[in-house]
Design a protein around this ligand. Sequence first.
Ligand code: AHR
Length: 496
Amino acid sequence: MQGKLTVDPASQIAKIDDRVYSALIEHLGRSVYDGLYQPNHPQSDQDGFRQDVIDAVKSLNIDLIRYPGGNFVSGFNWEDSIGPKSTRPTRLDLAWRSIETNQFGLHEFMKWTQKTGTRPDMAVNLGSRGIDAARNLVEYCNFSGGTYWSDLRKQNGAEEPFNIKTWCLGNEMDGDWQIGHKTADEYGRLAHETAKVMRLVDPSIDLVVSGSSTREMATFGSWEETVLDHTYDDVDYLSLHRYYDNEENDLANFLAKSIDFDEFISGIVAVCDAVKARKHSHKTLNLALDEWNVWYHSHKQDDETAPWQQAPHLLEDHYNFEDALMVGTMLITLLKHADRVKIACLAQLVNVIAPIMTDEHGIWLQSIFFPFLQISKYGRGIALTPQQTATTYDSKDFKDVPYLDSLAVYNSENHEIVIFAENKGNTTMDFQTDLHDLNAQTVIEATQFCGYDIKQTNENQQMALHPNSNVHLSDNTLTASLQPLSWNMFRLHVTH
Ligand code: AHR
């Protein structure tokens, strides 16, 4: 099997936005409670935050944390989560049919973002609530002082405003599972009016309007058109969400779903640009892919989980090796859209469809942790247009699927070309990279993630990235063997 990537630094997609390495933390299951916040745990600090979780989150170099949901936000009263903990109400969380104690709230979240070196991406409730709650929250968070809400923030211990830059106008408002689900016209009008008023409080904020929850929605495409008709001039980003599964247990077809992911993103870009043209606008709207991942292993268990528990085990997918390959190919795909995807949130981060899991002893890292770790650490710089040739296959739903998925990132500051390459086939691939007029001097690092049974999970922490010694660099050509079903990274020192 053959695969070739031509790396031409003159052929650039765009600079990769740091915010594509973001994640979602939702009040759901054990994500917050018994996840990042567990006051009586030996690993927890004086604020009740799990230090082992903080360390793992830091290692992933996450930028934004989208919060507090997800579906949860559409029934959430943010005022419940401020003030002395003893006075905060315990509520029914109707999105996940759980008990919410509000012991971890807005101030705790802001403190946690500081400790993890992340930044908030705050969602407002446009399901059960609307303009008033949203503008009060912006005033509470971002207004310096001298008003009811900003002074209450000070009284609650935060003298300085939080200055939250990025705000989501609701969550998945197109889905009938959503509390306060709306038609595209209803949501578009509300989003427009809410955006207007939030900006009156703080004109410097960035706004994300809700797009389609999945590509399968009957309203996919038309939802965006209608919503953007109302909000195109008000917002900075359109959100889109995408989860994949391998329910049919067909690995070739599962990994080929990166083609669907690619078409999904391109389709939404086309809709944005059609609205732009129709509106005679000079503004180009970018995308916030603010939920993406593999999600399906936990569905059955969740159906059987009794309602009205506090921090129940929900959406606790245990990811296997093939899921890591899927996450790897999704990461490469989203970097191929670096010109338009400016925010992307892995959904989620801790315990709930997450790379990081906690138990009473400590944390354990899932298979999907590894490709995310590498790409978020080294996928910084300019994404180069992949000029790739490779052997292809046909799967149940896709034709001419390349066995190779690859992309190079040019980091001019570090004089590095970083190549991410996935072999989706069951045999070794002869991989060649033509480095064009780059003067490649040394291979700094070559790693591979492979050799595991496709159904192997990582509770025992046996998975790791290993060096790849089958790599050769000469005459500006890198050759390497890509092991069957493998995720690979090559870092090259170059002068240009
Ligand atoms: O991430 C889990 C859920 O998936 C989120 O709450 C919702 O937005 C999406 O449907």
